[in-house]
Unconditional design. Structure first.
Lengths: 336, 322
């Protein structure tokens, strides 16, 4: 009971912010509520949600994955370099090879972080440079192509009604949520992030799970890379770059603490929404991209302050003070 | 990382002896790279080429002053890239080719950088927001401000005085920018090692709670270090304007990761409290030297990225060895 209340308190603010922005946007520009605009939004946020989930898993253990951008770029390029003629074998290959590469690359990160006990920030910074190099060797300039039917399936609509990106978003967040809440692996991530020594003492195979979590991060990154190649019908070696920092920001806005052990994936959709809703509104209003940086920064600050533990304490103090002074005023009025 | 029991044992840079050994190792590596460079291409050790390498390293070195100090407190500053660009664009706009504008324009730009830096610092220290995220947000704000004021197409020109600082040589012998780097390095090392505030920075990085309990004004100092970092980044942008003469909107982008890599290569612990600026100097020179050698042997961008990543991975493997 208490836990669920805490969870609601954790995820509540972010969706309130999303709804407020959404409604304001609709009032300013009615076109915003059109189904097409929303489907477009689902497509845009899907890679960010996948990347944000990858980052959340890693951050829960107290780590960080700066190589997620390079993994997205690498798998994006691989997906667009595979044979694209529609044969069953090609399609199977397309769905198999990028995830295997993503997972493998992630496991290499995990090996250095877990077995060699090196700081995750620097290991992933170094490997991100290495994988970017490999990506540039495979494809120095944007190009490549993807099977048209696969691409249209990924970004199209199921039975001509339900947008596939929406299905991807909902199913991946549901799966992620149940993995974190229901499986031994997921529960262990919280334990490792909370206090690794205690986790180790209580028999959790920390080393194995830490390697695995970076593998999972790579796997989710590869899904994002595949989705992007399907969306664009081609690949771009540096497409993943913005996802490095955006995925961290989304994970943090969604309520995951960078110190590890606290958080989850339920808030991710809201976090990713905030990112793109703003762009979407400003574009609809015809505001230049220059102001979008500032608007994005300000909204991020508001989201961060709302979700920061210290801020809620400060707010509580402030509230108490205000209430106190009000009571005092009331008391004085009463005296008159 | 602090909460994690294992990682405390993990850091093996604890005593001064190993720190000195590390710096010795770095300068030894630099020497080897110089020799490799000379064997690959005659004239690598020519005076002018060494000056060229040091000049490029000085930009990286100056921005890494701030990054080193911030990382020593256990933080990180991702806004240095946008701040370099801002310093570069604004100094050209304000100076507009005139010597008489140079002094106040440079001061104004550094002050602006410090304001943005302390903005992140306030959020880090007073609201407990993770430095990784808030400096990213500040970076976004800085990029916005830069774009709005330059209308997306930076104008203006560096003045002859700034140009002299960027590419000129004192008495036609020694590059001015390297002298500036030496002076700033000297001040930074003095500040970190021999001033009370500098020692408190190490204290905060090693154990913030203990520092707070023993009366160190942790919140003020943590704000202060981000202000220094912002100022250093803006100054770097200004000096780059002296080097390139005109402003360029993407000039700072690579310096976010480069400055972190430089500090880490220099042996400063990413969890804070250990390391110093001497290592960072070596790191900056090493980084640029490697780039220079890779250019000589005609390695494409892809290979350079791999080499950069590999050297970081190899070096941290040595540093954090048990």
């Amino acid at each position: 009971m208490k836990e669920s209340q805490q969870k609601i308190r954790l995820y509540f603010p972010i969706y309130i912010v999303v709804i407020i922005i959404y409604v304001i946007a609709g009032i300013i520009e009615p076109r915003f509520f059109t189904w097409n605009n929303n489907v477009n939004l689902f497509t845009r946020i899907t890679p960010l949600i996948l990347a944000g989930m990858a980052q959340t898993f890693v951050i829960l253990t107290g780590g960080i994955d700066l190589s997620i951008g390079s993994i997205i770029g690498l798998t994006n390029v691989i997906a667009a370099s595979l044979p694209y003629i529609n044969t069953p074998l090609n399609i199977i290959l397309w769905f198999l090879i990028p995830p295997i590469v993503g997972f493998g690359v992630g496991v290499i990160n995990g090996y250095f972080i877990s077995k060699k006990e090196l700081p995750p920030l620097i290991v992933t910074l170094a490997t991100s440079a290495i994988w970017l190099g490999v990506t540039l060797y495979i494809m120095p300039i944007p190009g490549g192509t993807v099977s048209l039917s696969v691409a249209l399936t990924i970004t199209g609509r199921l039975f001509n009604v339900i947008p596939v990106p929406l299905l991807i978003i909902i199913s991946s967040v549901l799966i992620g949520h149940s993995v974190l809440g229901k499986t031994e692996f997921g529960r262990s991530l919280y334990a490792i992030g909370g206090n690794e020594l205690i986790a180790y003492e209580s028999g959790i195979p920390c080393e194995k799970y830490k390697i695995l979590v970076y593998g999972v991060s790579g796997l989710l990154g590869s899904f994002a890379g595949m989705f992007l190649s399907g969306w664009m019908f081609s690949a771009d070696p540096i497409i993943g770059e913005p996802y490095v920092l955006n995925s961290i920001a989304v994970a943090v806005i969604a309520g995951t603490a960078l110190s590890g052990g606290k958080g989850g994936v339920v808030g991710i959709i809201g976090g990713a929404y905030i990112f793109y809703l703003l762009n979407n509104i400003l574009n609809l209003l015809g505001i230049t991209a220059f102001y979008q940086y500032i608007a994005k920064g300000l909204v991020l600050i508001i989201a961060l302050v709302i979700s920061s533990p210290d801020a809620s304490k400060i707010l509580q103090n402030f509230k108490n003070k205000v209430l106190y002074s009000k009571n005092k005023e009331l008391g004085e009025i009463g005296r008159d | 990382m602090n909460k994690n029991g294992k990682s405390i044992n993990q850091i093996k840079l604890s005593d001064m002896a190993s720190q000195n050994k590390l710096i010795f190792l770095l300068f030894f590596l630099i020497l080897i790279l110089f020799i490799i460079g000379e064997t690959l291409s005659k004239g690598f050790l020519a005076r002018d080429h060494i000056y060229a390498i040091l000049r490029t390293a000085s930009f990286l070195g100056i921005v890494s002053i701030g990054q080193t100090i911030v990382i020593l407190t256990g933080g990180i500053d991702l806004s240095v890239g946008p701040l370099i660009t801002m310093g570069n664009v604004f100094s050209c706009m304000l100076i507009n080719g005139l010597d008489s504008n140079t002094a106040w324009a440079v001061l104004a730009v550094i002050l602006l950088g410090m304001i943005f830096g302390s903005f992140s610092g306030l959020f880090v220290s007073y609201l407990g927001i993770s430095p990784l995220v808030i400096t990213l947000v500040t970076g976004s704000l800085v990029t916005g401000v830069t774009l709005i004021f330059s209308h997306g197409a930076p104008k203006g020109l560096a003045s002859p005085l700034l140009r002299f600082i960027g590419v000129g040589r004192l008495f036609n012998i020694f590059p001015v920018i390297i002298i500036i780097w030496i002076i700033l390095s000297f001040l930074t090392i003095l500040f970190l090692n021999f001033s009370v505030l500098g020692r408190k920075i190490y204290y905060i990085g090693a154990n913030e709670k203990a520092a707070f309990m023993s009366g160190v004004k942790t919140k003020f100092i943590k704000t202060f270090v981000y202000a220094i970092s912002g100022g250093a980044a803006a100054l770097t942008g200004t000096l780059m304007a002296g080097y390139t003469q005109t402003a360029f909107l993407g000039i700072g982008n690579e310096y976010i990761m480069w400055s972190i890599a430089t500090v880490v290569i220099g042996g400063t612990s990413i969890t804070g409290g250990k390391g110093g600026y001497i290592g960072t100097i070596a790191g900056a020179i090493l980084f640029i030297l490697l780039e220079s050698i890779l250019t000589i042997v005609n390695i494409p961008e892809a290979g350079r990225q791999i080499a950069n990543g590999a050297i970081i991975l190899i070096l941290i493997n040595i540093y954090y060895k048990q």
